[in-house]
Design a binder for this molecule. Structure first.
Ligand SMILES: Nc1ncnc2c1ncn2[C@@H]1O[C@H](COP(=O)(O)OP(=O)(O)OP(=O)(O)O)[C@@H](O)[C@H]1O
Ligand SMILES: [Mg+2]
Length: 278
């Protein structure tokens, strides 16, 4: 449904306009009806990739196709909802006025009930008559989510949908993603939180330094992760036995295992750490 082929994005920076690569030669297929998690450290190029998919910026090289349309073509966005990173809204408008405005930008007629349903699903209906500049971060995030699902699009692109939410908000947001997943939506979301991966994702893509280092189904990755963690734990135990010095509690591999609760998290963390360039 969404295909990125050898996509590169660079920005020209500084007085001499030197090329700064944010995404490099990225080929990725985002499968229809699946949830794909997009992970990577700060500055990895996740938001840049997402902005290219939704057509806010254009690739320097390579192509992106959405339902067969180039991402630069308006038709690519007709069935697509986007939740940006750190959304914000103009002062002086109520939540309901903002979502009404966005509903008019869509290519289909959205009635009042549909707007209410989106607000209810996003859990912000109760605050629709409050000015949005009085919203908390989580409330703002919810209004942006309601806007992104207006018109019931088949493709949903969320840039860090869970950031800045309290534990209850996170749980509720995840439940919304589950609901959308049940409706067979194609969901592509970025996150820093490795623990989100197993719960939500069918597939995981990892980006570091603008390059894709992993793109696999969750079952395959989990299998790799279990083998990896077991080997790591054995290494830690062996070091303790042969060197006799480091207690397991002081061993950095052991500490890492203690800090993260699942093999998948440990594996993903290590993958990112090893490939991190900046
Ligand atoms: N308009 C721009 N001009 C110059 N450099 C940019 C621009 N936009 C992004 N970059 C650079 O591209 C790289 C990738 O940024 P991007 O925002 O895509 O990262 P990210 O993976 O979303 O990070 P985070 O997890 O912090 O949100 C960074 O080094 C950033 O400074
Ligand atoms: Mg980002």
């Amino acid at each position: 449904m969404i295909k990125l082929k050898n996509t590169t994005k660079y920005f020209r920076v500084g007085f001499f306009g030197i090329k700064k690569y944010a995404v490099y030669d990225l080929s990725l297929t985002i499968e229809e009806g699946k949830v794909t998690g997009f992970f990577g450290p700060n500055g990895a190029g996740k938001s840049t990739t997402i902005k290219m998919i939704v057509g806010l910026i254009h690739p320097s090289n390579g192509i992106i196709k959405i339902n067969g349309y180039d991402s630069t073509d308006y038709r690519a966005r007709l069935n697509l909802g986007y939740l940006p990173e750190n959304p914000s809204f103009p002062r002086g408008l109520k939540g309901i006025e903002i979502i009404n405005y966005y509903s008019k930008l869509l290519n289909k007629k959205i009635n009042k009930n549909e707007i209410y349903d989106a607000l209810k699903l996003a859990g912000i209906f109760y605050a629709k008559d409050i000015h949005a500049h009085k919203y908390s971060k989580g409330m703002t995030q919810r209004l942006a989510l309601a806007i992104s699902i207006l018109g019931d699009p088949e493709i949903l692109i969320f840039d860090e949908p869970l950031s800045g939410l309290d534990p209850i908000g996170r749980k509720e947001f995840k439940d919304i993603i589950f609901k959308l997943k049940e409706r067979k939506k194609t969901i592509f979301f970025s996150s820093h939180v490795l623990a989100d991966s197993k719960e939500l994702c069918d597939k995981i893509a990892i980006l570091t330094g603008g390059r894709l280092i992993k793109n696999e189904g969750i079952a395959a990755i989990e299998k790799e992760a279990e083998g990896y963690t077991e080997a790591k734990l054995n290494l830690s135990k062996n070091r303790e036995r042969t060197q006799g010095t480091a207690k397991p509690e002081q061993d950095k591999d052991y500490l890492l295992i203690a800090e993260y609760s699942t093999p998948l998290e440990i594996y993903l963390y290590d993958l990112m750490r090893k490939n991190k360039k900046n």
